[in-house]
Design a binder for this molecule. Structure first.
Ligand code: F6P
Length: 522
């Protein structure tokens, strides 16, 4: 029998972090910056086109080494290799999790049960290449011979959020010959609104479902097929207008989708990690295959960074361990994702599924009840809009909410002074969260405005901003397919690292399955 592993909270590294938290509990980040003017240069790391300033965190060198010691004690390097090498890291479903193989541009084989999966991956990319080119050039057209003008992608969860995020984020790269629409909800208004906008003669439907058993997707696809048949399409035309991406080709066939219109998915790709597979077909159709490959290349660069960079300079590891620090030692319940780029509006929703479906678990990999906090609530929205909404709570609320600020140096739309203002807003938010405003500063400010001492004393407590609120700042040169690929892969690995520390199976989702089962019964 394998020896019972040491519980996470009994590890000496955990105890050391508990002690460090106690010693820092009354220390303010202002003081840390005061004592160490080089802090911003030292707590800085970069990789795959992204730079991370993590100086505005409640950390010292000692904390950082203790966090890395915990990562090593949990065998993070070994578990990372196991994932990349195709071992069954999804233990409850007895599967590997090989989203990294989908973007592997290296020459090394990736083995699943002794079989190299790279030829199938390459073959699928080649099929996507031909298909997207045929649709974009009009070589493949609708049933009346007209070019396709619209692509309706029907899927939910990972078969929806990732493709939608990337399609929106890469809007400046759309070739413009096709409009993209995404339908997910079982609320009939979702599909109805899309069908109201498109023409059956020129609309291509993509049914995106790994299992081809998801109720929302199947119902919406049936509605789309009925609408198509009721509006001029004939049964024989379905083949030209309906394409599926699934690991269940036989169910797709029963739905009426021809085998040669089915793109494969594999058991070893988790739904929330699937945008890199043929589930990314809507993206490829909208931006072209070259840009899709650039997206994969960016993610692959991040994979290399994650796999080969020492933990202390490793972006996903740093961000993950800082998350563990706040969740488990400072009582943070949520984590905010704040992209300062309008094209990244859907990033928080995608990361919400990625992280919460992966690490929202309450038993360890071997089924023991967990006594510590695992995945936090992930939420967020674009800046600067959030500054006029929920940032108030970040600054003066009673909760501790670590936040990631994400911003490109250059905008796709250099309108007037907009980008400089956006950038200034982003940086000033991180600074304000860190530094806050003391009572003395508030009083001084009010006096300078001409307020009487009595009035100022009354108002000052309300103007005090405690500060000491942690944030990371992630910067890229520009939001391109490459940097976007790297950014999403960064968060995938961050999620994986936290799963390793918390000892959960980050690749199953039994909680969701229960909901699906009950939905059907009721
Ligand atoms: O809703 C949970 C989930 O299992 C996701 O992980 C998955 O991406 C989604 O359902 C959709 O599943 P499918 O692609 O099989 O339709």
């Amino acid at each position: 029998m394998a020896p019972t592993p040491v519980p996470l909270t009994s590890r000496p590294q955990w105890q050391a972090l508990t002690e460090l938290q106690r010693s820092l509990a009354t220390c303010h980040m202002r003081d840390l910056f005061g004592q160490d003017p080089d802090r911003a240069q030292r707590f800085f790391a970069e990789g795959a086109g992204l730079s991370l300033d993590f100086s505005k965190n409640r950390i010292t060198d000692e904390v950082l080494s203790a966090l890395m010691a915990l990562a090593r004690a949990c065998d993070l390097p070994g578990r990372t290799e196991a994932m990349f090498l195709g071992e069954q890291v999804n233990e409850t479903e007895k599967r590997p999790a090989l989203h990294t193989a989908l973007r592997n541009t290296g020459a090394d084989p990736v083995l699943v049960d002794g079989r190299d999966v790279m030829p199938e991956v390459q073959e699928t990319l080649a099929r996507m290449d031909t298909f997207t080119r045929d649709v974009i050039t009009g070589h493949r057209s609708g049933f009346t011979g007209k070019r396709f003008t619209d692509v309706v992608s029907i899927g939910i969860g990972g078969s929806y959020l990732g493709p939608r995020l990337v399609s929106e984020a890469l809007l400046p790269y759309h070739h413009g010959q096709l409009r993209g629409h995404f339908v997910a909800n079982i609320d009939g208004s979702d599909i109805t609104e899309v069908l109201n906008r498109v023409n059956p003669e020129t609309t291509l439907f993509l049914v995106q479902s790994k299992s081809f058993r998801t109720q929302e997707t199947l119902e919406n696809s049936r509605v789309a097929r009925d609408w198509f048949l009721a509006n001029g399409g004939a049964e024989r035309d379905i083949a030209g207008h309906f394409v599926a991406v699934t690991a269940n080709a036989s169910e797709a066939g029963r739905f009426g989708i021809r085998t040669d219109n089915v793109f494969p998915m594999w058991d070893w790709v988790g739904g929330r990690y699937s945008l890199w597979s043929a589930i990314g077909l809507p993206i490829a159709l909208l931006v072209g295959m070259d840009q899709f490959r650039a997206l994969l290349a960016g993610a692959h660069d991040m994979d290399l960074h994650f796999r080969h960079t020492p933990l202390e300079r490793n972006l996903p590891v740093l961000m993950a361990m800082l998350g563990v620090w706040y969740s488990n030692f400072w009582g943070a319940d949520t984590h905010a994702i704040l992209p300062y780029d309008h094209y990244l509006e859907s990033l928080p929703s995608h990361l919400q599924q990625l992280d919460m479906e992966s690490n929202g678990k309450c038993v360890t990999r071997d089924g023991r009840a967990i006594s510590y906090q695992t995945g936090p609530v992930i939420w967020g929205g674009v800046g600067a809009n959030g500054q006029h909404a929920y940032h108030q709570l970040l600054h003066q609320g009673t909760r501790l909410i670590p936040a990631d600020f994400i911003i490109p140096l250059r905008s796709h739309n250099p309108v007037g002074e907009h980008h400089a203002s956006l950038f200034a807003n982003c940086l000033s938010q991180t600074r304000a969260l860190m530094a806050g405003k003391t009572e003395a500063e508030a009083l001084e400010e009010l006096a300078a405005e001409g307020m009487s001492a009595g009035e100022a004393a009354e108002l000052a407590p309300h103007k005090v901003i405690p500060g000491n609120k942690p944030s990371n700042t992630l910067v890229m040169d520009k939001l391109t397919p490459h940097t976007l690929g790297a950014l999403i892969a960064l968060y995938e690995h961050r999620t994986f690292v936290q799963g390793v520390i918390w000892d959960v199976d980050s690749f199953d989702q039994w909680g969701v399955e229960l909901g699906k089962q009950m939905g059907k019964e009721i």
